[in-house]
Write a protein that binds this ligand. Structure first.
Ligand SMILES: Cc1cc2nc3c(=O)[nH]c(=O)nc-3n(C[C@H](O)[C@H](O)[C@H](O)COP(=O)(O)OP(=O)(O)OC[C@H]3O[C@@H](n4cnc5c(N)ncnc54)[C@H](O)[C@@H]3O)c2cc1C
Length: 392
């Protein structure tokens, strides 16, 4: 029997695995990370590559290694030039450097030895252990950590469903199997979304030569980070944790997260591209979306946005994630079978060390009501590893 099984090998699952091996002395063979992708952090890299992001949004101290300065030291030790690989303010690292560091961590901590490729399909909380039915057989562990992320809960506006059923070329930017690199330079593309990912992919496609319309409901919301840095430490978190009411915590999270925002340099790049005619910015709601049958194969798509009518070959949704509790049927069933406590918003009510049950912990998006607005971020993974460690 495993001591611990982490379900999900994204940033959260990976950082926790590193902390359990290196800080808490769990032995390989007693720990496993279950994830369906064929490479570590597969989901994260898929999303990052599709956006075309060159730098992370978070500062240098937010990474998957142990000490806060590990990424900075890694850059120095491996000859990464400061100017090219850190972006002011807050020394945000380049994707290239971050990838190099992740690969080094995987190697150094021999994470391949704890990886099991597969998908958890059912979790049974027994008295002596947790049994997990997976696509690779049954696993048994003393404790299980849900590090499922939110990638299965992509938000698509209601009008997108009709287009999809009609066979239109429409994808969510983070959808499994969709590669933004396949969009050809001759296409007319409507990118839908007002946040950082929409801006990044719009710029990337414009550079490729595509005709790009960026459709957003609001003007640029400029914020360096997706929540105030005070949420990383006690400044805001003390008050948040002092209040036991999960509904109030949810309201604080909603108010704190700068949804649909982007850092200044990206807003400027977008503005510059728009003034140069490389990107057409369209502000408003899509009020009608339909296939322009008879005008080619596959038929182009017509989008009505206020007074603007756009005819495009492809719609790319950069519309983020659903607000519902992530984890889908796997988690729904757990909640029902074991009557696990949930807030009105549906999210888990966890103990301060992230326990949902004597043998079950959660991290990432599922731990939002404990970790606050940064739960989904890289620093959330670091906080989760510190908090849950008190229970190992
Ligand atoms: C493009 C992009 C850029 C970002 N940039 C930053 C940044 O610069 N700084 C920052 O702090 N944050 C950033 N974030 C936010 C944060 O890093 C991500 O949200 C992060 O992916 C969350 O990690 P996670 O491990 O919770 O989820 P994921 O990365 O989604 O990983 C979860 C994993 O669990 C797997 N899984 C799900 N269900 C099961 C199951 N039933 N069985 C087995 N495995 C399962 C999934 O397939 C996935 O591989 C970014 C996010 C995106 C999308």
């Amino acid at each position: 029997m495993l001591d611990a099984l982490i379900i999900g090998g994204g940033p959260h699952g990976t950082h926790l695995a590193i902390a359990l091996l290196a800080r808490h002395g769990l032995r390989r063979g007693h720990l496993a990370v279950l994830d369906p992708h064929d490479a570590p952090l597969g989901q994260w890299w898929h999303c990052a590559e599709n956006t075309g992001m060159t730098h992370l949004r978070s500062p240098v101290v937010h990474h998957l290694g142990l000490g806060p300065w590990a990424l900075r030291e890694h850059a120095r030790a491996h000859g990464f030039d400061d100017k090219a690989h850190f972006l002011a303010p807050y020394d945000r690292p380049s994707v290239e450097l971050f990838r190099h560091h992740c690969a080094w961590l995987e190697d150094h901590h021999r994470l391949a030895q704890v990886r099991i490729q597969g998908l958890a399909q059912r979790i049974q909380l027994d008295e002596d252990c947790v049994r997990v039915e997976t696509t690779s057989g049954q696993l048994c562990a003393r404790e299980v950590v849900l590090a499922l992320g939110a990638s299965a809960s992509l938000y698509r506006p209601p009008w997108a469903g009709e287009l999809l059923r009609g066979g239109a070329t429409i994808h969510h930017l983070f959808e499994p199997g969709f590669q933004a690199s396949q969009v050809s330079a001759t296409e007319r593309v409507a990118v839908v979304g007002g946040g950082i990912s929409a801006a990044q992919v719009a710029l990337k496609l414009a550079v490729r030569g595509c005709v790009v319309h960026l459709v957003r409901r609001h003007g640029p919301r400029v914020h360096t980070f997706d929540s105030d840095p005070g949420w990383v430490g006690p400044k805001h978190m003390r008050g948040f944790l002092a209040d036991p009411d999960p509904d109030l915590r949810r309201r604080k999270i909603t108010a704190a997260r700068h949804r649909g925002s982007m850092p200044e340099e990206l807003a400027e790049a977008l503005d510059h591209a728009a003034r140069a005619g490389a990107i057409h910015l369209v502000e408003g709601e899509v009020t009608r979306a339909h296939l322009l049958n008879g005008l080619g194969s596959p038929p182009p798509i017509g989008l009505q946005v206020g007074q603007d009518f756009l005819a495009v070959d492809r719609v790319l949704l950069a519309t983020g994630f659903l607000r519902d509790r992530p984890g889908g049927a796997l988690v729904d069933r757990l909640v029902e079978e074991y009557e696990l406590p949930c807030a009105t918003c549906g999210y888990p009510i966890l103990s301060p060390n992230l326990r949902w049950h004597a043998r079950l912990l959660a991290t990432g998006a599922l731990a939002e009501l404990q970790l606050g607005p940064v739960a989904r971020n890289l620093v959330g993974a670091r906080r989760a590893a510190e908090r849950s460690a008190t229970g190992w």
